[in-house]
Design a protein around this ligand. Structure first.
Ligand code: NDP
Length: 514
C-alpha cells in the first residue's frame, strides 16, 4: 500500500517537509507542517485535474456513485480518525466535529450519489412559441471541467471538502484550497478518495497561503466555489470577473434570533445557548444576536445566563469532555475582544463570561451581553466567536426591523408557540433561510437550498441548484420533421407576413383580461 507521502504526491498535494506549520489552537502545539505551494504548483494540480476529468465524466453517474458510496463507508469506518484530525487543527470539541462535520459528509456522499442523476437528467420542455412547434426541446447539464473550491477554517470538512462532493458527483474534477490554518482534513480526504478508488488527479488539494494559492486557483479553473468572509468574497468575484469565471459565494452572516413573548422560553434559551456557542460561535449561521419581546426579556436572559455559565470549556479530549472549544483563528481573538469592549464602553453589561483565556491554547469564555443596541459592533458586525448579545424590543415589528437592519442576510430564527405567526414573521426576515422554533438545522437538509442574501453571498449550495451550478446548461432543439422552408424564412412576402400576424392573434389573443 502507498505511503501517505506517495498518495499526497500522486494527488498533487505535495510531500515531504512543508512550509506552513499547523497549530492545535486548543493547546498551542504545532502538529505538523504542510507544503506552501506556489502559483506554478497550483497550475500543475489543475492541469492534472483537467487531464483526468474526461475519464471521470465518462464513468457516468453509476460509476462515480460507486466511488462516492465507498467514500461514505470510509467516513463511517474512520469517524474517530476524521474527528481527531478536525479537533486537532481547529480546537473544536469532538461533538462539534462529529455532529456538524462527519455527519454532514456521511450524508452528503450518499445524497449526491443518489440525486445527481435526478438533478442532472435531461429535461424535456414544452414551449408556447409557434416558431418552435413540433421541435423537441431539451435542457441538459454537462460538467464544467475543473471546479476550484476555496474554504474557510471553521468547517474544514463541511464547508471546504463538502462543496467538492456535488462537483465530483456531476463529473467534474475538483481542486480544493483549504484555509491555511486547517489543511489536514482536506489532505485526509484526498487520501480517503485515493483509497476508495478515485482515479488519480481527479481530486487535488492546494495547500499554502490564501493570497498566493487562492488567486492562482481562480485563474485556472472553470468555476470557483468560495466560502469565507464577505471581504475576501469580493476579491474572489473581482478576480474571477477578469476571466468571466462563474462563482458561488457563501459569505459572512449576523444571524438574528427573534423571541416572542408566547415562545417556549426553555426551548428558546436552550437553542440560543446551543446555536450561539456551538463550534465556539464560529459558524456562519450561528445565532449572533437576539431580540426578545419586553414581557419575557428578563426571564429569557436569566435562563440563558445560567445555561451559559454552566458550559464547560477547555482542551477537547474526546466525547463529552467539554462543551465549548477553542478559537481556531488567532486574529479572531482581537475581533471578539473588540466587540465586547466596544459594547461595554457603550453601556452593555456582561452577565456570563467576558474574558479571553490564553494560558494554554486560545479561548474566549462563552459570553452573554445584555443592554445592547445597534450602536454597538456586537449587534451589527460579524463577531464569529462565543458571544451572545441579547436586546430588549417592544414588539415583533421592532424585532423584524432591527433584524433587517444589517448588510448581512444569511439565516435567522423566530421563536413562538403560534407557528402561523412565526411563519409570517419568518417571511419578513431578509435572509436566505429562516427557522421557526429552531436554528441552523436547515443546513443539514441537503434537499433545500442554503445561500445568503445581501452581502452574505451569491447563489446557494444544496438542492438542485447546488449541483447544477457546477454544470454548463445546454439547450437542444431537435426537429425530426422539417419543411424545406419555414413560413417566416426569406424572401419576406406580404401574404406570409399576414398569415403570421393572424396566427399570433389566434395563439395569444384569446386569453382572459381585465
Ligand atoms: P477568509 O475570507 O479569510 O478566507 C476564506 C478562504 O479564502 C481561505 O481559504 C483563505 O485562505 C482564502 N483566501 C484568502 N485570500 C484570498 C484571495 N485573495 N483569493 C482567494 N482566496 C483567498 O475567511 P475565513 O477563513 O476567516 O472564514 C470565516 C468566514 O467565513 C466568516 O465570515 C464566516 O461567516 C464565513 N463562512 C461562511 C459560510 C457560509 O456558508 N456562508 C460557512 C462558513 C464560513 P487562507 O486561509 O490561506 O488565508
Amino acid at each position: 500500500m502507498a505511503t501517505v507521502e506517495q498518495r499526497r504526491t500522486r494527488s498533487g498535494n505535495g510531500a515531504g517537509p512543508g512550509g506552513t506549520p499547523v497549530e492545535n489552537p486548543a493547546t498551542g502545539e504545532i502538529i505538523t507542517s504542510v507544503p506552501d505551494l506556489k502559483p506554478k504548483d497550483v497550475k500543475e494540480i489543475v492541469a492534472r485535474a483537467r487531464a483526468a476529468q474526461p475519464a471521470w465524466e465518462a464513468l457516468g453517474f453509476e460509476g462515480r456513485a460507486r466511488i462516492l458510496r465507498r467514500a461514505q463507508k470510509w467516513v463511517l469506518d474512520n469517524t474517530q480518525r476524521i474527528c481527531d484530525t478536525i479537533v486537532a487543527e481547529t480546537g473544536k470539541t469532538y461533538e462539534d466535529a462529529l455532529i456538524a462535520e462527519v455527519s454532514y459528509a456521511a450524508n452528503a456522499f450518499g445524497f449526491w450519489a443518489k440525486t445527481a442523476p435526478e438533478y442532472l437528467a435531461d429535461e424535456r420542455v414544452k414551449s408556447s412559441n409557434m416558431f418552435v412547434k413540433g421541435a423537441k426541446l431539451i435542457v441538459r447539464y454537462k460538467p464544467l471541467g475543473v471546479v476550484g473550491v476555496i474554504g474557510p477554517w471553521n468547517y474544514p470538512l463541511t464547508n471546504s471538502f463538502g462543496d467538492c462532493i456535488p462537483a465530483l458527483a456531476a463529473g467534474n474534477a475538483a481542486v480544493l484550497k483549504p484555509a491555511e490554518k486547517t489543511p489536514l482534513t482536506s489532505l485526509l480526504m484526498a487520501e480517503m478518495l485515493d483509497e476508495c478508488g478515485m482515479p488519480e488527479g481527479v481530486f487535488g488539494v492546494a495547500t499554502g497561503k490564501g493570497s498566493v494559492t487562492g488567486p492562482a486557483l481562480i485563474d485556472a479553473v472553470d468555476f470557483v466555489m468560495f466560502t469565507g468572509s464577505t471581504e475576501t468574497g469580493k476579491k474572489v468575484m473581482a478576480q474571477a470577473a477578469e476571466t468571466l469565471t462563474p462563482v458561488g459565494l457563501e459569505l459572512g452572516g449576523k444571524d438574528p434570533m427573534i423571541v416572542l413573548s408566547d415562545a417556549d422560553l426553555e426551548r428558546a434559551a436552550n437553542t440560543a445557548v446551543y446555536y450561539g456557542f456551538q463550534n465556539g460561535g464560529q459558524t456562519c449561521i450561528s445565532i449572533e444576536r437576539v431580540y426578545v419581546e419586553e414581557p419575557v426579556y428578563d426571564e429569557f436572559v436569566a435562563k440563558v445566563q445560567d445555561k451559559a455559565r454552566a458550559l464547560r470549556q477547555g482542551v477537547p479530549s474526546g466525547p463529552g469532555s467539554v462543551d465549548v472549544g477553542a478559537v481556531t483563528f488567532e486574529p479572531q481573538m482581537k475581533t471578539i475582544q473588540e466587540h465586547v469592549d466596544d459594547a461595554l464602553a457603550k453601556g452593555a453589561r456582561v452577565v456570563a463570561g467576558g474574558h479571553a483565556k490564553t494560558d494554554r491554547g486560545r479561548y474566549f469564555e462563552p459570553t452573554v451581553l445584555v443592554d445592547v443596541d445597534h450602536t454597538m459592533k456586537c449587534m451589527t458586525e460579524e463577531t464569529f466567536g462565543p458571544t451572545l448579545p441579547i436586546m430588549r424590543v417592544r414588539d415583533a415589528e421592532e424585532a423584524v426591523r432591527l433584524a433587517n437592519d444589517s448588510p448581512f442576510g444569511l439565516a435567522g430564527s423566530v421563536f413562538t408557540r403560534d407557528v402561523e405567526k412565526g411563519e409570517r414573521i419568518a417571511r419578513q426576515v431578509e435572509s436566505g433561510a429562516v427557522c421557526v422554533n429552531d436554528a441552523m438545522t436547515n443546513y443539514a437538509a441537503l434537499e433545500i437550498p442554503m445561500g445568503g442574501w445581501k452581502t452574505s453571498g451569491m447563489g446557494s449550495r444544496h438542492g438542485a441548484y447546488g449541483i447544477r451550478k457546477y454544470c454548463a446548461q445546454q439547450t437542444l432543439l431537435v426537429k425530426r420533421f422539417a419543411l424545406k422552408k419555414d413560413v417566416h424564412m426569406f424572401p419576406y412576402r406580404a401574404r406570409n407576413t399576414k398569415v403570421i400576424g393572424g396566427l399570433l392573434k389566434l395563439l395569444y389573443g384569446r386569453g382572459k383580461r381585465d
